[in-house]
Design a binder for this molecule. Structure first.
Ligand SMILES: O=P(O)(O)O[C@H]1O[C@H](CO)[C@@H](O[C@H]2O[C@H](CO)[C@@H](O)[C@H](O)[C@H]2O)[C@H](O)[C@H]1O
Length: 642
């Protein structure tokens, strides 16, 4: 083998290319590698990329930095799969050119050097056709002309440009592991979710809310600025072992049960709970949502109430105990007596997988393009890989959000296997230092390539200790943090905006009298500081590309540990948003925030415009003073104007 270039430590790649990295249309893939040769010869390298299956590759040259670190990038412009690889070689022509200049400076006779160069050039010319061939051959000819003229030409910028444009590529080394980028629609990266229970949307007391009632709330949700409407499962709820108020293991007559207890005589995962409406109403809601710039997310909970039709039709898909009873589900220490888990180790797994795939396809056919997946970490990874791959094959726009609050490795694996969005530990990062550390983990490690976070200050399952008894400032603060730190975020809205902060009496991080077991009656005309903040921050997110992505974020030091300072920026850096958040919800805090000099290109002065209040300030290039009164705004959201 005559190739003499080593390409190592190629980034990004996930498990040697076993899994694709993720991007959305229009984003950049920055690549890096350690590239070196076995001599002083001149190396060149490119990143080559193409739409998967395309015949030809496009290439962008890599740039050499210090210690043999080479970097480059390419932009993905279409949805679907891309391939990429790195290619490097010794460029003898450039090596010769470098030597030529040194020898000339040394006063050596250049006649033989001109001949060597002409030989390389004619080899190069043979490798090209058309205009390129003509241009190279013209250059070759000039090297054979009068010596003084030829030397001057070789030393000219024009000649250097020819060498840059047409590298002499011999004995290439390709780092080609079948690396892939899965490119999705922008929504995958940038979304604002609003969660509500359908049955709680009725304007009348003592009547279950319906899809039609939800429709009448769409102008409100639109005004609040959200673009994904997520409703917990909409399927028939089991009667057997139905849960009652406050997670009681027996429901009282008339209690609606937990919507996650799917399946009853009215049907299973492909049916609609009749109290909410029918499939046509659901489809109509999806269409109406579109008119309001929103999409409906369906809750995909692969588990069954004990009276789900699957149990009678496919007893082999479930786990039976020695006494003949069916095993109920758990996510220790939580007990879900009203549901039974599916046995993914069943002999009949192929039929089971096919049936469950038919569930996602059924809803896609009905119009769903976003699934929030309940408890994915209690099902096999391979199963999810199959479901997501097969669904995306037919419906490339479909997004799956993994609701897995579990150990980091498991959450990461689910994202690798294909989940496009993931719930995170945001809810439990309480101090400025903890938040910075967590964001740096998400955005500067390999996770940035495949795990797309979705930050939730609350969910119907989670009232974090931090939020128990929390004041209004704390609600505004967590909302602003979620909406500015992560490009995708969500709220269990109706509860958040009434600032529900009463914890369960069992000492767990749960709501007292949770809406999971009862229907509620909300005053949907309600507006307050929280709803105003939704509207404001969602509008800023829509107008500032810096907030439409998560990974481009730089934290800057502050002189006060209660203050968190971070700058977010778009790939082209034309949009730059600098946030400072006061983590103390009770007292004003002040301090200095350091300037991220590299990002601001060493500017000595620049302007920041406060987007929540409209105030403008002239800032210096070192560190700037801020004071945040949480009762006014617990955060600054500055637009940086350079
Ligand atoms: O286990 P997780 O914390 O990930 O929670 C998710 O899955 C739960 C099971 O589906 C779900 O729990 C709710 O539904 C259960 C089944 O009806 C019921 O027994 C639980 O009491 C109820 O909380 C949870 O909401 C979901 O987020």
């Amino acid at each position: 083998m005559q190739n003499r270039t080593i390409i190592d430590h190629v980034q990004p790649q996930i498990n040697q290319g076993r899994f694709p990295i993720k991007r959305v249309v229009g984003e950049r893939v920055a690549v890096s590698a350690t590239i070196f040769g076995d001599s002083h010869d001149y190396l060149r390298a490119v990143v080559a990329y193409r739409r998967a299956g395309a015949d030809s590759w496009e290439e962008n040259e890599l740039t050499e930095g210090s210690n043999d670190l080479w970097t480059g990038q390419f932009t993905v412009t279409e949805q679907g799969m891309y391939d990429y690889k790195l290619v490097g070689w010794v460029d003898h022509l450039k090596t010769w050119h470098k030597g030529f200049k040194k020898k000339y400076a040394d006063g050596q006779d250049m006649a033989i050097e001109l001949q060597i160069g002409a030989n390389y050039l004619s080899e190069l010319g043979d490798a090209h056709e058309g205009a390129a061939h003509k241009e190279i051959m013209a250059a070759t000819k000039k090297l054979g002309g009068p010596k003084a003229k030829a030397v001057a030409y070789v030393l000219s910028d024009d000649f250097s440009k020819v060498l840059e444009r047409y590298p002499l590529r011999r004995h290439e080394t390709a780092y080609d592991l079948g690396l892939k980028v899965k490119v999705a629609r922008p929504k995958e990266r940038f979304s604002a979710w609003y969660e509500l229970f359908t049955r709680s949307t009725s304007p009348e007391l003592n009547r279950s809310g319906t899809f039609k009632d939800v429709e009448s709330l769409l102008p409100r949700v639109q005004e609040l600025g959200f673009d994904v409407l997520y409703m917990p499962p909409v399927h028939p709820v089991g009667y057997r072992n139905r849960k009652g108020r406050n997670n009681a293991t027996e429901a009282l007559a008339g209690e609606p049960g937990s919507p996650w207890a799917i399946g009853a005589k009215e049907g299973g995962h492909k049916s609609i709970l009749p109290e909410l409406g029918d499939i046509e109403d659901y489809k109509a809601l999806m269409v109406k949502c579109k008119d309001y710039g929103m999409e409906v997310a369906l809750d995909l909970a692969f588990q069954c109430a004990p009276d789900h039709p699957y149990i009678e039709a496919h007893p082999e898909w479930f786990i039976w105990r020695p006494d003949g009873s069916i095993m109920y589900a758990e996510n220790p220490p939580k007990k879900y007596q009203d549901i039974v888990p599916i046995n993914f180790e069943t002999e009949d797994w192929k039929a089971l997988w096919a049936e469950l795939l038919s569930v996602t396809l059924y809803w896609c056919e009905a119009g769903i393009r976003i699934f929030r997946v309940d408890n994915p970490h209690t099902k096999p990874y391979r199963f999810w890989e199959y479901i997501i791959r097969e669904t995306n094959e037919k419906y490339p726009d479909v997004i799956f959000l993994a609701e897995a609050f579990t150990r980091p490795a498991i959450m990461a694996e689910l994202a690798k296997r294909g989940f496009q969005q993931s719930y995170t530990y945001f809810t439990w990062r309480n101090t400025a230092a903890e938040m910075r550390e967590y964001l740096e983990e998400l955005t500067t490690t390999e996770l940035r390539e495949y795990m797309q976070p979705n930050f939730w200050p609350n969910t119907p399952d989670i009232l974090a200790y931090e939020m128990m008894g929390a004041n209004e400032n704390q609600f505004v603060k967590r909302l602003l943090l979620a909406a500015t730190l992560s490009s995708s975020y969500g709220v269990y809205g109706p509860s958040y905006e009434i600032m529900e902060n009463r914890g369960n009496t069992n000492g767990k991080e749960e709501y007292y009298d949770s809406e999971k077991y009862v229907a509620r009656h909300y005053d949907w005309s309600y507006r307050n500081r929280i709803t105003n903040t939704y509207t404001k921050i969602n509008q800023l997110r829509r107008t500032h590309p810096a907030l439409q992505q998560t990974n481009n974020i730089t934290f800057t030091d502050t002189t006060n540990p209660n203050l968190l300072s971070y700058v977010k920026y778009s790939d082209d850096r034309r949009s730059m948003i600098w946030c400072v958040v006061n983590f103390d919800p009770h007292n004003p805090q002040d301090g200095y925030c350091a300037v991220p000099k590299v990002l601001l290109e060493g500017a000595h002065q620049f302007q920041v415009r406060e987007l929540l209040t409209g105030a403008s300030y002239r800032w210096n290039g070192e560190a700037n003073y801020v004071r945040l009164d949480p009762g006014y705004w617990p955060a600054h959201v500055f637009e940086v104007i350079l």
